[in-house]
Write a protein that binds this ligand. Structure first.
Ligand code: SF4
Ligand code: SF4
Length: 466
């Protein structure tokens, strides 16, 4: 990677040195000399050269993970997510299990058994015991419920919660979390409130914004969900205070109207999520593509502390600064795995299980729910044993890194890559950036920062990495 100079919309010029991992302001004549390749007779450039700012950056992709990294990840894991069922009581038109996508398996009517969850919880309780207690502040351990619609398998959720509360997780605080469409939340509010659940409700806004979220009979689900949420708001205020909203952004969305709706009705801002881009080969590619719309939040609203990371440009600035600094860790696991975090390896993929363990309804284990599920990374076997073969995982992961090395080493995003290699099925990357594309991206980021200089401080003060 070569040094890049770029100009902002206000006409200021900067230099990005991949070798030194910094962006510095430079006088316009230096920018022009650099662009024209005139590197002589320029004192400023001589100083930059001496300091190594003009050196090319040669990717050192010597980093590979080891079995120890997998063991450390599991020992420090801060979340286990149970796929309670693959069934759902809604049939949203943009669902990632619909015909718009090929990466996720089609829904089967599977339900998690308590016996499977028990094996996982017992295993983790045992593993946590072997952890040397450092006395450092420890994150709570989250037991999370995911679906399909998890509340359709409520009896097993109840068993898991009651069992987990009796287990000894070595003094770790346990929190229960759930992602739900809220169709059944009124029915189980008592239990959820008693066990202090933190809940993420999927709701896209008012009836118009929410109209892709359909019941199985094809009707709009908004009225049911709205009524249930009003019920919880009125009769279970403690539970309601732990509810957050996720609004999928589609061609029906208008950020201002959606934010007004949530604030007026529930006194909260939602988080936004972008519709997954459909797979080209999917049957309903065109249908999903027509629903796709980039998230756009007006500047004044985007500076609100609860919305600061909802704006795509803020997210990009944040990721760029965070990745470039390489001194930011998402959790204890990443920190204790820092021998590999500081070693370079291609792609932005996390060490398997360093963020969470995802358990499918049929007892297969994955590093998270967002990646393709062709081959499990571990499983609960028929005799009730947890099988995680660290050496197989290491081999699979490192061979993926080998395959990406060539493509990543010529990509200008390589020092701030957030692409997970296991979210696609081929060893290709549509995020790859050429020097010119990266120059444009830097110019866009720094033009924004110059116009809104508060953003860096605001990000620093208000973003909590979880
Ligand atoms: S998407 Fe990839 S990088 Fe992100 S948590 Fe899942 S496995 Fe890790
Ligand atoms: S964006 Fe793609 S090509 Fe570039 S470093 Fe990341 S994974 Fe590699």
């Amino acid at each position: 990677m070569e040094t890049i100079t770029f100009k902002t919309e206000l006409g200021n010029s900067y230099l990005y040195s991949p070798a030194r991992k910094v962006v510095i302001p430079i006088p316009l004549y230096v920018h022009e000399d650099l662009l024209s390749g005139n590197l002589n007779n320029n004192n400023f450039l001589s100083i930059l050269k001496k300091g190594g700012y003009l050196d090319n950056f040669n990717s050192d992709y010597s980093g590979r993970i080891s079995e120890k990294n997998i063991e450390t990840s599991i020992r420090d894991v801060s979340q286990v997510v149970f796929e309670m069922t693959t069934a759902c009581n809604l049939q949203c038109e943009y669902c990632c299990y619909s015909d718009g996508y090929t990466i996720f398996q089609k829904r089967q009517n599977g339900r998690l058994e308590f016996s499977t969850a028990k094996v996982v919880l017992d295993y983790l309780a045992r593993i946590f015991k072997s952890k040397i207690q450092t006395g450092l502040c420890s994150e709570p351990f989250a037991i999370s419920f995911y679906g399909g619609e998890p509340l359709m398998n409520f009896p097993i959720i109840k068993e898991i919660v009651e069992y987990a509360e009796l287990l000894n997780f070595e003094g770790k605080e346990i929190v229960f979390t759930m992602t739900t469409n809220a169709v059944l939340i009124d029915k189980y509010a008592d239990f959820l409130s008693k066990h202090k659940f933190r809940i993420l409700v999927s709701l896209d806004g008012n009836k118009k914004h929410d109209s892709y979220r359909k019941t199985v009979s094809g009707k709009n689900s908004f009225d049911i969900v709205y009524k249930n949420l009003k019920f919880v708001q009125k009769y279970y205020p403690a539970l309601f205070s732990k509810i957050r909203f996720n609004a999928v952004y589609t061609d029906k969305s208008e950020a201002v109207d959606i934010l007004n709706f949530f604030m007026t009705e529930f006194g909260k801002f939602p988080q936004f999520s972008q519709l997954h881009k459909p797979d080209l080969s999917a049957k309903e590619f065109n249908k999903i593509k027509s629903m796709y719309k980039e998230i756009e939040i007006p500047y004044e609203l985007s500076m609100h502390k609860d919305l600061i990371l909802e704006s795509p440009i803020h997210k990009r600035i944040f990721e760029f600064c965070m990745k470039l600094s390489r001194h930011t860790y998402h959790n204890e696991g990443e920190l204790s795995n820092n021998d590999i975090s500081i070693l370079n390896y291609p792609t932005g993929t996390c060490v398997p299980f360093s963020k969470r363990i995802f358990v499918t309804f049929d007892g297969n284990l994955f590093p998270c729910e967002k990646i393709n599920r062709d081959i499990p990374w571990g499983y609960v076997d028929s005799s009730g044993k947890m099988i995680i073969n660290a050496s197989d995982i290491v081999e699979r992961f490192n061979s993926m890194l080998d395959k990406y090395e060539r493509i990543c080493s010529t990509c200008y995003l390589q020092q701030c890559c957030i692409k997970c290699a296991f979210q696609s099925t081929d060893f290709n990357c549509d995020n790859k950036k050429s020097k010119e594309q990266f120059r444009k991206m830097l110019s866009q980021i720094y033009s924004y920062i110059e116009k809104h200089p508060d953003i860096v401080n605001l990000l620093e003060e208000n973003v909590v990495i979880k």
